[in-house]
Design a protein around this ligand. Structure first.
Ligand code: FAD
Ligand code: UDP
Length: 371
């Protein structure tokens, strides 16, 4: 049968777009080279019966009511506010670094003085990116910022990106600002919850539509455009689409180590960050974030690694100016040579984006294209 749209990639971007177009009456073929739907948000039960996120722990949070309502058509939610502790100087303290972290690590009088200075300068409840805090005019705040920079950001960022925080777009470390409060939540978004039965079930429901056909283990190539009349949404890597003609866009990859313990719960919170002293960056306990009840528990440890196209998985676009320029070259050529192909998603836009942003991007694109 003929299709109005071929959607390459069944992650948040592709699945949202496919569902919207199908609901608008279009016939859609959605393909993925992987053996499953869900993209990097895919989850499945491991051999111990624990639901794990195969491509790293995924916690849903959004300020967009539209995204929240849209996804809510395909899943019930379990309220969950993520908490993270960081191991600093042998102590577990809240991350984002906040006033409780300060009190735990500094002598009492010094902590009180720094707390007053921070509140006077920025106001209680404010969240300040570390790179901004470091250029404060007040020496006391600067010294404090240098401490947080060295102990929370420098080692972690070098491990994760092989770059120092100031050599990346400031938006990267601004994701985890210093918090002048005692709020222990990792995210501040209005809506924070996990899909009750997991992401894969939610995706299955999105794609269970009479106008949608799903083809897995299907490696889509640009040559497949020839002689076809369907329109294409491509959510894969834009440099791969164009045969790396300007050289590969840089990515960071990860290796996940999974271990299951015969106990109810291992960690006090969902994730513990290890900014210093280890090769890994963080350990997440799946059951804490999914809310699953079971007698055993599975932990996922994240080891950052270099990315080699065709060998490792491209997880993180590396946000810095020179990479944006390289991406712009690809985007310009793609638009000029393939005007009938749409590009969207974490890989196609070369954008460090969260799940809700991928969903919002696809909702907007589908609506612009008539859905
Ligand atoms: P993807 O999910 O990458 O989907 C793209 C799909 O396209 C893939 O399945 C791929 O196999 C397929 N594909 C590519 N090329 C082809 C081809 N040629 N033929 C066929 N198929 C192809 N976001 C959050 O909001 N909260 C989190 O806690 C969070 N944690 C994360 C943790 C990690 C380790 C990572 C890497 C990301 C995390 N994210 C998180 C971000 C989230 O994964 C992305 O926002 C989301 O997956 C983007 O969806 P997408 O559809 O654009 O891309
Ligand atoms: N970061 C850090 N120390 C931390 C937490 C985060 O240096 O304890 C920096 C690091 O550069 C990281 C970035 O902030 O890559 C964004 O962190 P986030 O937890 O949002 O990363 P993600 O979950 O997207 O991997």
């Amino acid at each position: 049968m003929g299709f109005d749209w071929i959607v390459v990639g069944a992650g948040f971007t592709g699945a949202t777009f496919a569902e919207r177009m199908a609901t608008a009456g279009k016939r859609v073929l959605i393909v993925d080279r992987r053996a499953h739907i869900g993209g990097n948000a895919y989850d499945e039960t491991n051999k111990h019966g624990i639901l794990v996120h195969r491509y790293g722990p995924h916690i849903f949070h959004t300020n967009s009511e539209a995204v929240w309502r849209y996804l809510g058509k395909f899943t019930d939610w379990r309220a969950y506010e993520h908490q993270v502790l960081g191991l600093l100087e042998g102590k577990l303290v809240p991350i984002p670094f906040n006033l409780d972290s300060l009190a735990a690590l500094f002598p009492r009088k010094a902590a009180a003085r720094i707390e007053r200075a921070l509140i006077n300068q920025f106001g209680f409840g404010k969240r300040v990116p570390i790179l901004k805090l470091r250029i404060s005019e007040q020496p006391e705040i600067r010294d404090f910022a240098d401490y947080v920079y060295r102990n929370v950001f420098e080692g972690y960022t070098l491990k994760q990106w092989q770059l120092r925080p100031e050599d990346l777009s400031a938006s990267v470390t601004a994701r985890v600002p210093v918090s002048i409060s005692r709020d222990r939540r990792y995210f501040q978004d209005t809506y924070q919850a996990m899909p009750l039965l997991g992401y894969t079930t939610m995706f299955r429901r999105m794609l269970e539509h009479r106008n949608i056909e799903v083809a897995l283990n299907y490696d889509w190539k640009r040559s497949m455009l020839k002689g076809r009349h369907s329109r294409v949404l491509f959510t894969g890597a834009i440099d791969e689409f164009l045969d790396y003609r300007f050289g590969p866009l840089p990515y960071r990859s990860l290796r996940f180590e999974e271990r299951t313990l015969q106990k109810l719960q291992h960690q006090p919170v969902g994730t513990i960050n290890y900014p210093n002293d280890h090769k890994f960056t963080r350990i997440t306990e799946q059951k804490i974030i999914t809310g699953q009840q079971a007698a055993t528990t599975t932990l996922i440890t994240e080891y950052p690694q270099a990315h080699e196209p065709g060998v490792t998985t491209a997880y993180y676009p590396i946000p810095r100016d020179r990479n944006r320029l390289l991406y712009n070259s690809y985007a310009t050529v793609a638009e000029a040579e393939f005007p009938h192909v749409c590009f969207a998603g974490r890989l196609a836009d070369y954008q460090y984006c969260n799940m809700d942003q991928a969903c919002a991007r696809a909702l907007k694109l589908a609506s612009q294209l008539g859905a």
